[in-house]
Each structure stands twice: as structure tokens, then as C-alpha cells.
Write a protein that binds this ligand. Structure first.
Ligand code: DAH
Length: 353
């Protein structure tokens, strides 16, 4: 019987070598180890064996069963590894071949139109010697209002419906809020530098407003400020015109009107003719043919003081570009709500890189 068991072991190994599929291997296993399998058949002879023979045969039979089980699981594992490797080979991406054409074809994302324009504006201002600053979204009353010459109970606070972190009527000192404009960065920027300086600060702002084709609760502005000696309205207009020419790559109709903002004096509204309806009137320009794009003005002496600058010595201009409106004008987008919609059908229309 021992010889028979040894012969079975050889037979099993030879048969296993021929097989390469899971079902075949499991069949072979049950041919040998199943209830009516070859090993059981041999072990039926045990009843005629002497107790000494049994002692010898029992462990051999067990060892054979163990060996068969081990060989089966090794072979199954090898087959699994081979099939995974084949799949990996088929789906392989050669990273050195990962060129822009591949990315475009496979729609692997791109830049949002706002990012495209923001980067262009940053380049224009960097080339004119401006720094680029950043500031916090969660601001305090001081930077959002007081330092900008908007004291408590000033009606201008109502112009900007604010998301407060505290009850606005409560007497918590310097209450927190979501910044309503990027002008908050003016005072932060002034405090950290000495004149002359010039910087821009792009960023997201928040207003608790009803939304429509030209209003969003979360939108983007780009603040700008230049402080030095003898800065004039002429300087302001020069920089604004240069910006618009670079962005639109053509002359656009602009008009300058007086505008009231507590942090500038005099203050202006620089409007551009609506490029969506070419001045004929549409939902974006509220049928006026003009779009408010660039409120600006000469920095109010109180604001300079809040920034630690002596208004007798220095002056400057500031502007707060409506970045999303500019994006809409440049690409002919007729509803601001598309910009934050996350709708890929919208996003895919802009150049990817
Ligand atoms: N912060 C103003 C707003 O959001 C826009 C603005 C107006 C910014 C005039 C300025 C400015 O810097 O000079 O409505």
C-alpha cells in the first residue's frame, strides 16, 4: 500500500503539470481526495492490514493528502498571479508617453475659465510691477468694514448683505464674518509694507443675496491697490485701460461715472459696454447695455491711516474688479450661475490647458 501511495503521489504531480485551468485542477483534486477518490480507494485496503502496517500507512496517507492540498493551492495561486499580470500588461500606460494630446482625448480635466482669466490678469499686473497677495475668507468686522471707513451703523454696511458668524446686533467685539469683498486685503497689505508699493489680491467673496443671472452668493473679485507719492486719477485710468486691452485684446467701450464707496474719495464706477448683447440690453446688463466691472477710486485718507500710512505724505488708488463678470464678458456667458455649477458640459467648452 505504501508503494501504491507513492505511485499516486507521482501520478498526481504528473497530471497536475498538464493542467492550467482552475476547474481542471479542482477536478483532479477531487479525483484523488474525493470520497470515492483514488486515495480513499487505496485506504479501503487498511481493513486487511496488521496494526503495525496501519501505524505506518496512516501518516503516509495523511502526508499525501497534505501534499496534494498544498500543490493545488500553489498552482491556483500561480494561475491567479499570471492572470493579474496579463491584465496589468494590457492596461499599462507608458508615463513617458503621457502627452497633452493623450490628456485632451481622455478628458483629464483642465482649467476653469475663471482660472484662465485670473492667471492672465496676474501676468499683466506682474509685468507692471504689482505683487500678488492673498487673505482669509473668514474675516473680522475691522478688516471688512471699520478699517475701510465703514463704521458700525453706517448705511454702506447694508449695501453688502453679510454672512455673520455671530448675531450682528450682539456686542461681541470684532465679530467674525465671511468677507464680502476683497477690499479686506487693502489694510492687511498696507500694514505689511512701506510706500511706494502696488499689489493685487484675487479671491472669493460671499454675500447673503438672492441669486439671478448676474448675482451669486459666492463669487470672485480681484482687488488692486497702488500707494506712493502724487498718484493721480490719470494713473488709475491708465492701469485700468491697460488691463482691459490685454484681457479683451481689443478696444472696449468704457465709461467712468461717479460712484460712492466709503473707502475711496473720489470714487468711480468703470463700466464696459455689455459684450453679450453688444450694448443692446440683456439679462446680464439688466437691459442697460452697460456692465459695472471696475469700481475704483482714490484711497480715502482714513483708510490710509488704518493701514499705518500718513495721508499727508502718500496717496493712492484702489479698485475691485468683478472677476466673474469679466469672465462672462470675455466668453459671452449669459448666466453667472454656470460658473460655480460644476457642470462638466459647461466646463468642457473652455480650452483645457
Ligand atoms: N469692495 C467694493 C465692493 O465689493 C468694490 C470696490 C470699490 C473696491 C471701490 C475698491 C474700490 O477697491 O476702490 O463692492
Amino acid at each position: 500500500m505504501i508503494k501504491q501511495l507513492e505511485a499516486l503521489s507521482q501520478e498526481f504531480i504528473q497530471n497536475l503539470e498538464q493542467l492550467n485551468d482552475e476547474a481542471g485542477i479542482l477536478n483532479l483534486k477531487s479525483e484523488f481526495l474525493g470520497k470515492k477518490g483514488k486515495v480513499s480507494e487505496i485506504l479501503k485496503g487498511l481493513k486487511d492490514a496488521t496494526p503495525e502496517q496501519r501505524k505506518e500507512i496512516g501518516p503516509k496517507a495523511n502526508a499525501l493528502k497534505e501534499e496534494i492540498n498544498k500543490l493545488v493551492s500553489q498552482k491556483l495561486m500561480a494561475i491567479e498571479v499570471e492572470s493579474v499580470n496579463k491584465k496589468l500588461e494590457k492596461n499599462k500606460i507608458d508615463l513617458s508617453d503621457l502627452d497633452l494630446k493623450y490628456l485632451k482625448k481622455n478628458n483629464h480635466g483642465g482649467l476653469h475659465p475663471r482660472t484662465i482669466i485670473q492667471r492672465e490678469i496676474e501676468d499683466v499686473f506682474l509685468s507692471m510691477g504689482f505683487e500678488i497677495l492673498d487673505g482669509p475668507h473668514i474675516e473680522d468686522e475691522f478688516h471688512n468694514f471699520e478699517a475701510l471707513n465703514i463704521p458700525e451703523d453706517h448705511p454702506a454696511r447694508d449695501m453688502q448683505d453679510t454672512f455673520w458668524f455671530h448675531d450682528p446686533q450682539s456686542d461681541v467685539p470684532n465679530k467674525k464674518l465671511l468677507r464680502t469683498h476683497t477690499s479686506t486685503i487693502q489694510v492687511r497689505g498696507m500694514k505689511e509694507r512701506t510706500p511706494p508699493f502696488r499689489f493685487i489680491a484675487p479671491g472669493t467673496v460671499f454675500r447673503c443675496e438672492r441669486t439671478d443671472a448676474s448675482h451669486e452668493m459666492v463669487f470672485n473679485q480681484l482687488e488692486g491697490m497702488m500707494v506712493g507719492k502724487d498718484i493721480s486719477v490719470g494713473n488709475l485710468i491708465y492701469f485700468m485701460k491697460t488691463l482691459l486691452k490685454e484681457i479683451f485684446q481689443k478696444e472696449v467701450e468704457v465709461r467712468l461715472r461717479p460712484g460712492f464707496f466709503p473707502f475711496v474719495e473720489p470714487g468711480f464706477e468703470l463700466d464696459i459696454q455689455c459684450l453679450i448683447c453688444k450694448g443692446n440690453g440683456c439679462s446680464v446688463c439688466k437691459k442697460t447695455g452697460w456692465v459695472e466691472l471696475l469700481p475704483c477710486g482714490m484711497v480715502h485718507p482714513n483708510v490710509l491711516k488704518a493701514g499705518g500710512i500718513d495721508p499727508e505724505e502718500h496717496n493712492g488708488f484702489a479698485f475691485g474688479l468683478g472677476l466673474d463678470r469679466l469672465v462672462m464678458m470675455r466668453y459671452g456667458i449669459d448666466d453667472i450661475r454656470h460658473l460655480n455649477s460644476g457642470d462638466l458640459r459647461f466646463n468642457h467648452q473652455f480650452k483645457a490647458f
